[in-house]
Design a protein around this ligand. Structure first.
Ligand code: RIB
Length: 307
């Protein structure tokens, strides 16, 4: 049986607005196109893992609105186990407004909605899911106390934890110390360490500081600059594959999906990271978050191209 990944996190309806450039203060800017798509870092990472071939369960909250139904349906279509994704009465689903420029870069404004109602009680109510999983995967679009409760529960039953500290916020040291795999991007690593992360050298410095605070393996994602891995085997840099950039939304989510699925399959950290980089390369060449996440078969030949 395929080992199961348990994802605790957010589900958002993404309102994507294509803009010729980012608006400036006080400006009204017409959008050239728009789309309403399924997103949320939690749901994106759940789908990313499932498309890499992993069995996936999710714990999260949607609203009791049409968006909630759309978000749950999208996960069900990927055969993700949804008993832990609850509809919250009289509450709207989370929404992300995403400004997307022609160079594929984005700025995101988040309305948490039902994600804010995900509670430590929801973690306790799905206790069995922790015993059943091979890895817990969390981000920070759910309340921090709920993420902390999930990490504590996974630790209590001896399951490894992968934390993507996004969006960036300061974290208690106990939580970092319980994190087996920590995957921040440049700005998140900067916020967590106070070290300005701009390249592989500064990423290594930040990653070592985070390891010093108790994180097991630290992987800093550097966009087009690839990734920096730091663990007990030392620090190493892996380049990103050259790509045609259409939309960078969910690039980190696709990397994490490939990495997490590779890990539970039994790949080494470096080979799991290669799978993540290959997935991210395909993701950024397409529009949308979940819509852009690749299936495993699309990556054939790509992982071998990564040094
Ligand atoms: O990581 C991309 C995601 O961030 C988007 O899908 C959006 O919902 C925000 O949560």
């Amino acid at each position: 049986m395929m080992p199961r990944i348990l994802v605790l996190g957010s589900l958002n309806l993404d309102l994507v607005l294509h803009v010729p450039r980012m608006p400036v203060e006080g400006e009204t800017l017409p959008s050239t196109a728009s789309a309403t798509l399924c997103g949320g870092k939690g749901a994106n990472q759940a789908v990313a893992c499932a498309r890499m071939g992993a069995a996936v369960s999710m714990i999260g909250r949607v609203g009791d609105d049409p968006a909630g139904l759309m978000l749950r349906t999208a996960l069900a279509e990927e055969s993700i186990e949804l008993a832990g994704v609850l509809a919250t009465p009289n509450t709207a689903s989370g929404v992300a407004v995403i400004f997307l420029t022609p160079d594929g870069q984005n700025r995101i404004v988040l309305v948490p909605g039902a994600n804010a109602a995900l509670s430590p009680g929801d973690v306790a109510a799905h206790d069995a899911a922790f015993a059943d999983c091979a890895l817990l995967l969390c981000q920070l679009e759910a309340p921090l106390e709920t993420v902390a409760a999930a990490i504590e529960r996974a630790h209590a039953v001896g399951k490894p934890v992968l934390l993507n500290p996004a969006p960036a916020r300061a974290l208690p040291s106990e939580l970092l110390a319980r994190t087996d795999y920590l995957i921040p991007n440049e700005s998140e690593a900067t916020l967590l360490t106070g070290i300005a992360v701009t390249d592989a050298a500064s990423a290594a410095e930040a990653a070592l500081k985070l390891r010093g605070q108790g994180a097991g393996h630290v992987i800093v994602t550097l966009g087009a600059g690839g990734i920096l891995i730091a663990d007990r085997d030392g620090c190493r840099h892996m380049p990103a594959l050259p790509a045609r950039v259409v939309d960078t939304t969910a690039a980190g989510d696709s990397f994490i999906g490939g990495f997490a699925a590779g890990l539970v399959e039994g790949l080494s950290v470096d080979d799991a990271a290669r799978l993540g980089l290959a997935a991210a390369r395909v993701c950024i060449s397409r529009l949308g978050a979940q819509a852009a996440l690749p299936y495993r078969a699309e990556l054939s030949g790509l992982t071998e191209m990564i040094g």
